[in-house]
Design a protein around this ligand. Structure first.
Ligand SMILES: Cc1cc2nc3c(=O)[nH]c(=O)nc-3n(C[C@H](O)[C@H](O)[C@H](O)COP(=O)(O)OP(=O)(O)OC[C@H]3O[C@@H](n4cnc5c(N)ncnc54)[C@H](O)[C@@H]3O)c2cc1C
Ligand code: SF4
Ligand code: SF4
Length: 1005
């Protein structure tokens, strides 16, 4: 019997880290915080690893495995950590292959060779360029190919395209002794010439592989009858090791055997995958039914017609999605209790449409099963119908409150014809437990994704959930189904594998012993450990009981100013907020259609993900965590990886407000330690700008001087490589005073109060003047409140809550009365609008703040509304050049459709290219810091690349710090859209001169 590998204790941990330092080139993350960040995935489980290794290349992996074998240290390979069953959790060393193994090595005519860290979404985007795809389609497209291989992933279209296993040709894998081997379908006699002679030489490490091949062949032959007799009844079965279809008279397909082994047999370092053409045509049909059983009957009829996908969505999911997604409400009326989404693929669009129309005829007209039918044959219409399915998970994840839709029995499969009986019996179980559940069913394949709505309080619920799972699995097994049809076995289902596998289970164990006799590779998964206790390590949740216990910065006896503590402590919402992160990993996306998370995109570090930050806070807000940790510098270092772009709060399906949580962490740190010199300088941009403007000739000369910039870097951490915008000698507020704009208008014409903010006031008064010129040209009075200050976002971003709050309070004194008088508060700086509309409400619980928030409007949105109402003059002179308009993150964070490009398009002959691909990387003052310079450029690279394209002459953006990045890093002159409008109206000709000024004289004077 195999000994259970002992958990790694603290002294051992330190020794391992020190040993590995001398052996590996990759990163070693052995500190407590890193371990916390890797202790969860997308499952409901939590296991603290002993450490995390991020290997740089295959040699690192080999060296690590050899070391682990010598020292008896368990290894847990990990991709994106999106597993729903806790497959990538363990108390050994996590091996994160998602960072350095991201290469798509070779794209052939019908194959592709990749490293395991390649993200599925990126792979298919690359393959689409040559009209091909990797066919398995898990609905979480941020997972890695390594994770897909290890879990034998499949998706909605599995009915047509099968599992990952069906699309793998070869694997490069590191075996338990550190040998790196190439496996695929190969001779079952390992000494055959193809394995012995490679370029005239023996493969360097074939010995262990030879042993494995002969032992596996012997094992499979010995138990051939049992394996044949136990062939799963359901086609869609992925639980345990898949022993069928790997051995024939001539060959053993080791790659096929290893796929689905969840990191328990070997670590994959490369894979050659089969690709298939993109479909020549596809059509989608959506059917609505008054009853679930009618939808199930319809699904059976549909499956006989060979669909690619056949998804059933139940009434609970529909109700949620209807409430949160306009398209669902439009397509699916409340009378519909279940929806079937059927997709056909064909060689031609007409072929697919014909199949969808035939089915619609059958279900809607002939059988009269469906209440409604929509058929879509062109791409946008197909995508619109799929939105019903896509809206489901975010609306589930977005649910507030303690009762949550948990994934722990979400992966069962039964023979499709038995689905009605299964659902009926499960319903009885749920009723007994007084629980409801939602269902998403791949009906043609019989795969049921059920999410019971459970009141979840943390680990104490393990026994309750376990009992429920046990009863559900009883039914599944009774019906000849599988407890794992798609997602993974992991911690969630390993305890039931022996019941599922029956006589196969002992073969599983022998197989594990052949590959990994020491049980060091992802122990406890699939075959479990002999001494494994029947319990689940459920995630611990943040609790509210310690709210307000932020350290006050000294001995714990002197009270911190109550307001700083209040902000840092937040309310009970803070705990709920971080508990709501389910670990789905969507925030690891690098999709150009999304923005989160610029720093993760630049670094590929798990710590940079919004998920990591939510995990961190969940840990910090647990009763037994040292309260001082919240304000510690280690925690602050993770929080500093958030640049407050707010894009994850906008795009995360569960709407976790990570930037707010991180501002609270920074505030706690500042409350205890104060600001360091660099942060202090960055938080004081307004004061520096005031001074810089007052002494403009001197400051500008200093900023142009390399020696002075070097000194600024040494003193304040300001990157000497940044060429900063020059200061204007006369601020806009002073100019406004002289022009009478700081007096309240008396006419009855429409009017606005203009909130200028720092950059337009001190660096680019011509921006503010453009706003005034454009509004005046449209007969709108502009009042510039004279004593306004900066919005306060710069200090807030560094955790200096008191300074930020003072800024907000002092502006409110001026703006609240104006808001009461009905003035719209117009901001040309999106960040200022974000501050007034959102962050100010977190800083101050004040009705005036809410009033001003409601009246605040960003300038391009205001102008576009004028245009929509027919009140914007369009007497523009042509501007015959091409402009690349970058959409800033904070503009998106305001929640309205960005309209900068649309406004610019009103100017005759201006060719506008919208650049909506990434953060600029500047992120307020983040990119000004020397330590962030490279990351800032990397985060902004997609945008900068678009801006540098030859067809773009000038840049445009609403955000002033994005603009600094665009001018500095892409050397493209950039203006605010309002400046182009002013120019086109015939005002401010100096803007034209500025555009023509060579970028090396980069001052915006
Ligand atoms: C919202 C949501 C929807 C999902 N939908 C689907 C779906 O439709 N279909 C589906 O199949 N799954 C689905 N999943 C589950 C999950 O996304 C898949 O299992 C995915 O393949 C895991 O990939 P990963 O990169 O995140 O791997 P991880 O979760 O990091 O790891 C998964 C397993 O792979 C092993 N592993 C990772 N890399 C390697 C390697 N290089 N060598 C050896 N072992 C390795 C790990 O040890 C672990 O056992 C979903 C998850 C979520 C959160
Ligand atoms: S932060 Fe949001 S997107 Fe990221 S893992 Fe958590 S729930 Fe998913
Ligand atoms: S706010 Fe932006 S930088 Fe911060 S975690 Fe979210 S996406 Fe990343």
């Amino acid at each position: 019997m195999v000994e259970r590998v002992r958990a790694v204790d603290q002294p051992q941990r330190e020794r391992i880290r020190d040993d590995l330092k001398g052996i590996l080139r990759g990163e070693l993350l052995f500190d407590d915080l890193s371990c916390i960040l890797y202790s969860t995935d997308a499952s409901i489980f939590e296991v603290r690893p002993a450490g995390v290794v991020v290997p740089r290349d295959e040699e690192d992996v080999q060296a690590l495995v050899r070391y682990a074998a010598e020292q008896q240290v368990p290894l847990v390979p990990r991709g994106a950590g999106t597993g729903l069953a806790g497959e990538a959790l363990g108390d050994g060393l996590i091996v994160d292959l998602s960072k350095h193994f991201r290469g798509i090595l070779d794209v052939g005519a019908d194959t592709v060779r990749v490293q395991p860290g390649v993200v599925y979404r990126d792979l298919n985007r690359e393959l689409a360029r040559i009209g091909r795809r990797f066919a398995p389609d898990p609905s979480n497209i941020e997972c890695t190919v390594g994770g897909m291989l290890a879990t034998n992933a499949s998706g909605t279209r599995a009915f047509r395209h099968g599992f990952t296993r069906d699309h793998v040709l070869r694997l490069h894998a590191v075996l338990d002794n550190g040998d790196a081997v190439d496996v695929g379908r190969q001779s079952r006699w390992p000494t055959a010439a193809e394995w012995r002679v490679k370029d005239g030489m023996f493969p360097p490490s074939s010995g262990r592989l030879d042993d494995i091949i002969s032992s596996v062949v012997t094992l499979l032959e010995q138990y051939a009858e049992t394996i044949a007799a136990c062939r799963p009844r359901t086609r869609f079965h992925r639980c345990g090791y898949l022993l069928h279809d790997v051995l024939d008279m001539e060959s053993l397909d080791l790659a096929r055997l290893l796929v689905g082994s969840e990191g328990t047999l070997a670590l994959f370092t490369e894979a050659t995958l089969r690709t298939i053409p993109l479909p020549g045509g596809r059509a989608v049909a959506l059917f609505g039914f008054a009853r679930l059983d009618e939808a199930l009957r319809a699904a059976q009829l549909a499956s006989a017609t060979g669909p690619a996908a056949c998804d059933l969505i139940d009434h609970r999911l529909l109700r949620l999605a209807r409430g949160s997604h306009g398209t669902v409400a439009e397509l699916v009326p409340p009378a519909v209790e279940a929806v079937l989404l059927i997709e056909y693929e064909s060689d031609t669009p007409a072929g697919a449409t014909q199949l969808a129309n035939d089915l619609a005829n059958q279900l809607y007209r002939c059988e009269r099963l469906a209440l409604l039918a929509h058929v879509a044959s062109d791409e946008p219409a197909c995508q619109r119908l799929w939105q019903v399915r896509e809206a489901v998970l975010p609306s589930l994840y977005g649910l507030r409150g303690q009762t949550q839709p948990l994934a722990f029995v979400e992966d069962v499969g039964v023979p499709p014809e038995l689905l009605p009986g299964y659902l009926h019996r499960v319903q009885e179980v749920l009723q007994r437990h007084e629980i409801t559940a939602s269902y998403l069913i791949h009906a043609a394949a019989g795969q049921v994704h059920m999410r019971p709505f459970v009141e979840w309080r943390g680990p104490e619920d393990a026994a309750r959930l376990w009992t429920l799972a046990d009863e559900v699995y009883d039914i599944v097994l009774d019906l000849g189904g599988t407890i794992s049809a798609q997602n993974g076995t992991g911690l969630a289902r390993t305890p039931w594998v022996s019941r599922q596998a029956g006589p196969l289970f002992s073969i599983f164990r022998e197989l594990k012993s052949i590959f990994d006799p020491r049980h060091l590779l992802n122990p406890g998964k699939i075959v479990g450990l002999p001494s494994a206790a029947p319990t689940w390590p459920l995630r611990r949740l943040a609790t509210h009981q310690r709210a307000g216990s932020v350290s006050d910065g000294s001995t714990g006896e002197t009270p911190t100013p109550p307001s700083a503590v209040a902000y840092a402590s937040g309310s009970s919402m803070r705990e709920e907020e971080c508990n709501r992160c389910n670990g789905c990993g969507e925030c690891r996306t690098e999709s150009p259609a999304q923005r989160m998370c610029p720093i993760f995109r630049a670094t590929h570090d798990e710590a940079a993900t919004p998920r990591a930050k939510a995990n961190l806070l969940r840990h910090l807000l647990q009763p037994d965590t040292d309260p001082h940790l919240l304000s510690s510098d280690d925690v602050r270092a993770v929080a500093d990886l958030c640049v407050n772009c707010k894009m994850c709060a906008h795009e995360c399906p569960a709407r976790v407000n990570v930037p707010k949580l991180m501002l609270q962490v920074k505030a706690a740190n500042v409350a205890e330690h104060g600001l360091d010199r660099t942060d202090w300088a960055m938080a004081r941009t307004e004061e520096f700008a005031l001074l810089g403007s007052a002494l403009a000739p001197l400051t500008n000369a200093v900023l142009d001087n390399p020696l002075a910039r070097w000194l600024l870097e040494k003193l304040f951490g300001l990157s000497r490589r940044r060429r900063l915008p020059a200061f204007a000698g006369r601020s806009f507020l002073r100019r406004a005073y002289h022009r009478g704009w700081t007096r309240k208008p008396r006419s009855a014409r429409p009017r606005v109060a203009y909130f200028v903010d720092v950059f337009a006031n001190y660096n680019d008064p011509l921006l503010a003047e453009s706003i005034v010129a454009v509004l005046h040209h449209n007969d709108i009075e502009v009042y510039v409140p004279p004593r306004q200050g900066g919005c306060g976002m710069a200090p807030l971003a560094y955790g200096d809550v008191e300074t930020a709050r003072e800024a907000v309070e002092s502006n409110l004194l001026i703006l609240a009365d104006l808001a009461r008088e009905g003035y719209p508060i117009l901001c040309s700086e999106p960040t200022a609008a974000v501050m007034m509309r959102h962050d100010a409400l977190d800083l101050l619980d004040d009705p005036d703040a809410r009033l001003v928030a409601a009246q605040t409007v960003e300038s391009t949105a205001f102008l576009w509304d004028l245009y929509q109402q027919g009140n914007l003059r369009t007497d523009f002179q042509p501007l015959p050049f091409a402009v690349g308009h970058h959409v800033p993150c904070h503009l998106k964070a305001l929640g309205r459709t960005p309209v900068g490009s649309a406004l610019l398009s009103l100017i005759p002959q201006m060719r506008v290219h919208t650049i909506d691909v990434s953060c600029s990387g500047m992120a307020g003052t983040y990119g000004l810091k020397a330590e962030n310079y490279e990351t800032s450029l990397a985060a902004g690279r997609p945008m900068l690349e678009q801006l540098r394209r030859p067809h773009v002459l000038f840049g445009s953006t609403e955000c002033s710090t994005c603009r600094i990045q665009m001018e500095d890093a892409a050397s493209v002159r950039t203006l605010h859209p309002a400046q182009y409008l002013a120019l086109a109206y015939g005002y401010l000709p100096e803007l034209r001169r500025r555009l023509l000024q060579p970028i090396r004289h980069r001052g915006i004077r």
